[in-house]
Ligand binder design. Structure first.
Ligand code: BG6
Length: 489
């Protein structure tokens, strides 16, 4: 037997990609709600108005908006988070299907703007709180433990418009107020919490990760510091409110390999790996690593970290480490010979030994075993894989079947890698929630037809479809994986 007997098998979604109901039940506008649909060839845009009354759209990952920008939702744009896959109205049906697969846990995010519509209110929105009460009760009815991400690309746009979001330290207070309210309200219903989704994407896309309308490295360094402090404070707060609470961080983990054995490439690889380690070091060890402080020094960035703040970081380390893993990448000092690769976070070089998905993400199950090993070796804390999977273009057959062999193969290989990491390497892995267990909107492109799910959702990019839920071939396969606790793949 390799997987522990109480291993947390499940699946993962995020509110902005799953729920829809963007203005229902008193909900406010979140950063995700002002981002348009894109495609593999068209970027996603962020929309805003300037003081002269003009409406603008700028690319999501390179957004540098003027000071007078007021972000919002405007006529004539297609915003996929607004309807998403209508989980807001259909969650009971979906949770029943997760239960049928045997889920032990369901990872979802609370959309901050359902609870505090602009992020600035004193009093929470009761209707938003009630919505998650019902959702958690529905999970618990089937013995499914909710695993809650407190912030998954859903920063209230009110905070971006008011003071530039996480660049301003007042956002820490707004976040902690929200955390306190939901921790008190869902005490006894939720025990597993993640403070920020893929916190390390902040430096690669400030708006996507944190509603920061800028790519200025100084501003991003401050936003990062504020999120790290908020994360540490949230860990402490969650423990105080309920000692049963288990709190994790969440990083987008990218395994890098040196492109060649040229020592220059080894060093380049080491430096790329630091993009993973930095945030995780602070959240798991409780202090800024030396390489990051030196980098700030070289760039003339002073984050003014006080003794009091250092103490907060030290006292607020996480109980477990969670991460997303989709692919690996190669690093090189420079290479004219190799092609660059694309992926969910940063660019790298193509690995000639690996195949890639239709969206160009390199598929590497051994990279998952490698990642589990280096993470466990570095931190010695329990690990949870809270996102993993491959986006594919599934075909809905006339008879309603969906033969998603590519999902089965990808997940089979990755679960086998997990098994080896536990059985052979002794890694303490406690849970696995593959991404988009039900089809949802893609974060990087805003598409519907990049599908990860065990459950097909009949919504298409052109707005057609009625949202019917249909089981794919992978549904029964995953059910059997869970029933056998990972023995029968
Ligand atoms: C992660 C995010 O980066 O990757 C998810 O946490 C996202 O929100 C997932 O959906 C997969 O990326 P994409 O672009 O295929 O949706």
């Amino acid at each position: 037997m390799s997987f522990p007997k109480d291993f947390l098998w499940g699946g993962a979604v995020a509110a902005n990609q799953y729920e829809g109901g963007w203005n229902a039940g008193g909900k406010g506008v979140s950063s995700a709600d002002v981002v348009t649909r894109g495609s593999r060839t068209t970027p996603r845009y962020v929309t805003y108005k300037t003081a002269d009354g003009k409406i603008h759209k700028d690319e999501l990952f390179t957004l540098d908006a003027p000071e007078d920008a007021v972000f919002g939702v405007f006529e004539g744009f297609d915003y996929p988070s607004h309807e998403a896959v209508d989980g807001y109205h259909r969650f009971k049906e979906d949770i029943a299907l997760f239960a049928e697969m045997g889920f032990k846990t369901f990872r979802l995010s609370i959309n901050w703007t359902r609870i505090f519509p602009t992020g600035l209110e004193e009093e929470p929105n009761e209707e938003g709180l009630r919505f998650y009460d019902e959702l958690f009760d529905e999970c618990l009815k089937y013995g499914i433990k909710p695993l809650v991400t407190l912030s998954h690309y859903e920063t209230p746009i009110g905070l971006s418009n008011e003071w530039g979001s996480w660049v301003d330290p007042r956002t820490i207070d707004a976040y902690l107020h929200y955390v306190e309210v939901v921790a008190e309200r869902y005490k006894g219903k939720v025990e597993y919490w993640l403070t920020f989704n893929e916190i390390n994407t902040l430096e690669h896309g400030g708006f996507m990760g944190a509603g920061v309308p800028s790519t200025d490295p100084k501003k991003l360094a401050m936003a990062t510091k504020h999120q790290l402090l908020a994360s540490a404070e949230a860990v402490k707060l969650l423990h105080e409110i309920d000692p049963r609470n288990q709190v994790g961080n969440m990083i987008a983990f990218m395994a890098y390999y040196p492109l060649t054995c040229n020592p220059e490439d080894i060093m380049a690889c080491w430096q790329e790996m630091n993009t993973n380690w930095f945030y995780c070091d602070v959240q798991a060890r409780g202090y800024y690593p030396a390489f990051k402080l030196k980098e700030y020094e070289r760039e003339g960035i002073d984050i003014h970290l006080s003794e009091e703040e250092k103490k907060v970081l030290k006292e607020g380390t996480v109980d477990f480490i969670s991460f997303s893993y989709y692919m690996s990448n190669c690093a090189a000092k420079q290479s004219d010979a190799a092609e660059t690769s694309i992926g969910n976070m940063s660019l790298g070089f193509k690995n000639p030994y690996l195949k890639a998905s239709d969206w160009g993400w390199q598929i590497d199950p051994m990279g998952l075993r490698y990642s589990l090993n280096i993470l466990y070796d570095r931190y010695q804390k329990p690990l949870m894989i809270v996102e993993n999977g491959v986006g594919t273009q599934d075909v809905l057959e006339e008879d309603g079947s969906i033969h998603d062999q590519a999902h089965i193969e990808y997940l089979w290989d990755h679960i086998k890698a997990m098994k080896e990491a536990i059985e052979i390497d002794g890694v303490d892995l406690i849970g696995y929630t593959p991404w988009g267990c039900i089809d949802l909107v893609s974060a990087s492109t805003g598409e519907m037809h990049k599908r990860y799910g065990f459950i097909y959702v009949d919504y298409q990019d052109d707005g057609t479809g009625k949202g019917a839920r249909l089981k794919k071939d992978s549904f029964d396969w995953y059910k059997q994986v869970i029933a056998s606790n990972g023995e029968d793949l």
